[in-house]
Design a binder for this molecule. Structure first.
Ligand code: CA
Length: 446
C-alpha cells in the first residue's frame, strides 16, 4: 500500500483494536488517535517516549528493541529514550507518520503479532495508572495568541466599551504576545496563587498582595514540528507542514494584576506564573478527519494571511469546495470547588469557533522574519463560543464578578484557593474519539 492508503486506513472508524479499552466509544485514546508523550515507571525510571492507547501506554523504545517498530535509520532509535519529544519530532513528519501507521496496524484487531504473544505484550505495554507522565517537550518559546473573536469582543466590551470592543487591528492580524516558556507545567502540577500590584477602585496608588481575581483560560496550543530559519518566513500555505500536533492549554490569568499592568505593553506578571498543558500531543494526522471550515473572515486578510490550496493530506474527507483550516474539537472546562465532591462543567465550546487559524497564526508570527524552533508552543488564545455558556474564562462567565456562578459546591466569580480547574477536549468520530486527555491544576494559597 502507498503511504496515502496506509494513512487513510488509520482514519477508518471500522478499525478496532485487540486492546479492548481503546474501543470504548468515549475513550480519548482510540486506535485512530495514537498521541505521543513522555512517561516513566517504577521498573523503568528513565523517562522515554510513549503512545497512549486505551488504558495503556505503548513503550516505543521497547517496541523497537523487540523488532516491531522501524525507524528510517537504526541510529534514530536513541530519540525514543530521551526525556522529551524534541529529538523524535526533529526526525520529521514522515517519521511521525510512519510510526503512527505501524502502530495502527500492529494494534488492529486482526493483527496477531502482539495480540497472541502475552510475554511480548507485557514488555511493550504499561498501564497508564502505573506510569508517571512528564512534561513532553523542551519548550524554547511560548507565544499566546488572542484569536477568538467572541472572547476578544467580550473582554473588550467589559474593559473598554461595547461599541469599540475590537480595536481596528484585530480583524487584520492574529494578535499575540510572547509568553513565558519557563513556567509551562504539566497537567496535575499545583498552581500557586500569584502576588502582585493591584489597583483597587478609588485608590490613587496600587497595593501589593495576593491576586483576588484568579482565572483560567480555555485554550489549545500547537507545537512546532519543523522550525524556520531567521529571516525566512513560513507562508500560510506551508504553515501546517511545520506543526507537529496539539495539546490543551490553560493560560492561568490574574485579572486584577493584568488590568493594572497591561497598558502599554500587554500582559506580564498576570500570565507568567503558570501555564498548564495536557500530557499527550495529538498529531495533525490524527486530527485530519475532523477538519472543518473556519469562520468567514471579513475584511479579506492581506495576501500573506490567505490560505493557499487546500491543506492537509490528499484523500482526506472534507466539505467540498470550502477552505478547511479549522478542526471540530469539542472543549470543556470543569471547576471543582475546594472541598466539593464533584466537578461541574462551567463551559462548553469548540476549537472551530476560532477566527484566525493556526496556519495564519504561524504565518503572521514569522512574517517579520522571526524564527521558530522544534517544541515551540503556540497558544490559541481563550476559545469562547457564540453563547454565554461557551465562554472560555471566568471573567466572561461571571461578567467580571457581576453574575457569580452558582455551583453546588459554592458561589464563584473567580478561582478560590483549593479549587481545581480541568480542561477536556475531543473529536467525536463514529463510535470513537480522538481525545486530548485532561489538563488539570489545583490552586494553592499565595
Ligand atoms: Ca491567553
Amino acid at each position: 500500500m502507498s503511504m496515502t492508503h496506509e494513512l487513510q486506513a488509520t482514519w477508518a472508524a471500522s478499525r478496532k483494536s485487540w486492546l479492548e479499552s481503546a474501543n470504548h466509544p468515549t475513550c480519548d485514546f482510540s486506535l485512530q488517535n495514537l498521541p505521543f508523550g513522555i512517561f516513566s515507571s517504577v521498573s523503568q525510571p528513565e523517562p522515554r517516549v510513549g503512545v497512549a492507547l486505551g488504558e495503556m501506554i505503548v513503550d516505543l523504545a521497547a517496541l523497537h528493541d523487540a523488532g516491531l517498530l522501524t525507524l528510517s535509520s537504526a541510529a534514530h532509535a536513541g530519540v525514543l529514550r530521551q526525556r522529551v519529544l524534541n529529538g523524535f519530532i526533529a526526525l520529521g513528519r514522515e517519521t511521525w507518520r510512519s510510526v503512527r501507521i505501524q502502530l495502527s496496524a500492529l494494534f488492529a484487531r486482526e493483527t496477531a503479532t502482539l495480540r497472541d504473544a502475552p510475554a511480548l505484550r507485557d514488555q511493550v505495554l504499561l498501564r497508564q495508572d502505573q506510569a508517571t507522565l512528564h512534561l513532553p517537550l523542551d519548550i524554547p518559546g511560548y507565544t499566546d495568541f488572542y484569536s477568538s473573536k467572541e472572547h476578544a469582543t467580550n473582554v473588550g466590551s467589559m474593559f473598554r466599551d461595547p461599541a469599540q470592543a475590537l480595536l481596528p487591528n484585530w480583524t487584520e492580524m492574529p494578535i499575540g504576545y510572547n509568553g513565558r516558556a519557563s513556567s509551562v507545567v504539566l497537567s496535575g502540577t499545583p498552581v500557586r496563587r500569584p502576588q502582585g500590584q493591584l489597583k483597587l477602585p478609588g485608590s490613587e496608588r496600587p497595593v501589593f498582595g495576593p491576586c483576588r481575581k484568579l482565572d483560567f483560560e480555555l485554550e489549545t496550543a500547537f507545537i512546532i514540528g519543523r522550525g524556520n530559519a531567521l529571516g525566512e518566513p513560513v507562508s500560510c500555505a506551508e504553515a501546517e507542514d511545520h506543526i507537529f500536533g496539539m495539546v490543551l492549554l490553560n493560560d492561568w490569568s490574574a485579572r486584577d494584576i493584568q488590568q493594572w499592568e497591561y497598558v502599554p505593553l500587554g500582559p506580564f506578571n498576570a500570565k507568567t506564573f503558570a501555564t498548564t498543558i495536557s500530557p499527550w500531543v495529538v498529531t495533525l494526522d490524527a486530527l485530519e478527519p475532523f477538519r472543518v471550515a473556519q469562520p468567514l473572515q471579513s475584511p479579506e486578510p492581506l495576501a500573506y494571511l490567505r490560505h493557499g490550496a487546500a491543506a492537509g493530506v490528499e484523500g482526506a474527507e472534507r466539505t467540498e469546495g470550502a477552505p478547511a483550516h479549522a478542526f471540530d474539537i469539542a472543549l470543556e472546562a470543569r471547576l471543582l470547588p475546594a472541598g466539593a465532591a464533584q466537578p461541574e462543567v462551567i463551559s462548553q465550546t469548540n476549537f472551530r469557533y476560532l477566527y484566525w487559524t493556526m496556519a495564519q497564526q504561524l504565518a503572521h508570527h514569522t512574517v517579520s522574519g522571526c524564527n521558530t524552533r522544534v517544541g515551540d508552543l503556540m497558544g490559541s488564545g481563550t476559545i469562547s463560543g457564540p453563547t454565554p455558556a461557551s465562554s472560555g474564562s471566568l471573567l466572561e462567565l461571571s461578567r467580571n464578578g457581576a453574575t457569580p456562578l452558582q455551583l453546588a459546591g459554592g458561589t464563584r466569580s473567580f478561582i478560590e484557593d483549593g479549587d481545581a480547574i480541568t480542561l477536556a477536549g475531543w473529536c467525536q468520530g463514529a463510535g470513537y474519539r480522538v481525545g486530548f486527555g485532561l489538563c488539570e491544576g489545583e490552586v494553592r494559597p499565595a
